[in-house]
Design a protein around this ligand. Structure first.
Ligand code: ASP
Length: 334
């Protein structure tokens, strides 16, 4: 018992903690109640709890990401690892955001949740929670999602199934490991970098626009009037349509100091803006930022983190292409 690892469980809500109400599932269980469903935990680690939030993750806001990071910061020295229970709907955004807000952590920071509440007869909650605690006691630096037996890097996760237990995929990067019969089989050990750094500022004025055929610049203008950065999810390896005034729009707003990132709607393999005429001009003449193999969730969180630190164009560009927690395989793109 003496050398048992100490883990802090931070509850934020989600399906895992939900109960049936007349108006649908609502997150009502406390972290202590969650723990009471998994008595086997006492053999894995000693757990203390903080009930930080009780939200459906649809209601999660960047201010809540900052709360999670500051809670971990406040208790960092006291625990060997951290488990956050969280709704699945925006878990990938939170995992990415925490990867930028807490950099270089040698200790594991594990997000988990479930597609079915812990009180249901058929549920993924118990196994996910137990696996999360197992991972929180391992040498697994940084932020990861543990879900359906898989360990996914926080910057690479995407919710790719809305109902089945296999809700998350690691995009353009392998899973870090799998859990088999209660043991972590590791494929990759993430590096944690040399220095632990917590950040406490985000610029939330980052907008995302999914391009559709026939769209014109009006909607981009609307978003750029209200934002410091616009991420455009374009088609294929990336580009903008010649009709609709997009090239002028991008040039005008970049001259006014806005940041524009081009990414792709295609889930796998990322962008390569230089390939086609429709993208090449954006890259060569307008010098937009390009997401390459990053997930949209990571791009949103990374831009919020970067613009929370600086608005200097060269510095934003430098930080954007500097890999953080394996979010971008930049060296291999150039
Ligand atoms: N709506 C829920 C949430 O994201 C879904 C879940 O947790 O699976 O909080």
């Amino acid at each position: 018992m003496a050398d048992m690892k100490k883990v802090l469980l931070i509850g934020t809500g989600g399906t895992i903690a939900s109960e049936v109400s007349a108006d649908g599932l609502a997150p009502e269980l406390t972290t202590e109640q969650l723990l009471s469903f998994i008595p086997a935990i006492s053999a894995i680690c000693s757990v203390e709890c903080i009930q930080l939030l009780s939200l459906d993750s649809t209601n999660m806001q960047p201010k809540h990401w900052l709360m999670m990071a500051s809670t971990i910061r406040a208790h960092y020295e006291e625990y060997d690892g951290f488990v956050l229970t969280h709704g699945t709907d925006t878990m990938a955004y939170t995992a990415a955001a925490l990867s930028y807000l807490i950099q270089g952590s040698p200790k594991p920071i594990i997000l988990t949740g479930a597609q079915k509440p812990i009180g249901f007869e058929s549920t993924d909650s118990k196994i996910n929670l137990l696996d999360a605690f197992r991972c929180a006691t391992e040498d697994l630096p940084g932020v990861s999602i543990v879900f359906n037996n898989k360990v996914i890097p926080g910057t690479r996760a995407k919710k790719t199934r809305s109902k089945s237990f296999q809700a998350f995929s690691s995009i353009n990067y392998p899973d870090l490991g799998v859990l088999r019969d209660g043991r972590l089989l590791r494929y990759i050990r993430p590096e944690c970098g040399s220095e632990l750094v917590f950040y406490s500022k985000l610029d939330t004025k980052v907008a995302l626009l999914k391009l559709t055929p026939g769209m014109d610049r009006g909607v981009a203008d609307y978003l750029l009037e209200r934002s410091d950065a616009l991420i455009i999810e374009s088609f294929g390896v990336g580009g903008l349509p010649e009709e609709g005034g997009f090239y002028e729009c991008v040039g005008e707003w970049m001259a006014k100091g806005r940041f524009i990132v081009l990414t792709t709607q295609v889930e796998n393999e990322g962008s390569d803006l230089g390939v086609y005429l429709v993208g090449h001009r954006l890259k060569r003449d307008l010098r937009v930022l390009e997401a390459y193999d990053m997930t949209t969730e990571a791009v949103v969180a990374k831009m919020m983190w970067i613009l929370g630190q600086t608005k200097d164009k060269a510095e934003v560009e430098r930080l954007f292409y500097t890999p953080v927690a394996k979010d971008i395989l930049w060296e291999e793109q150039t």
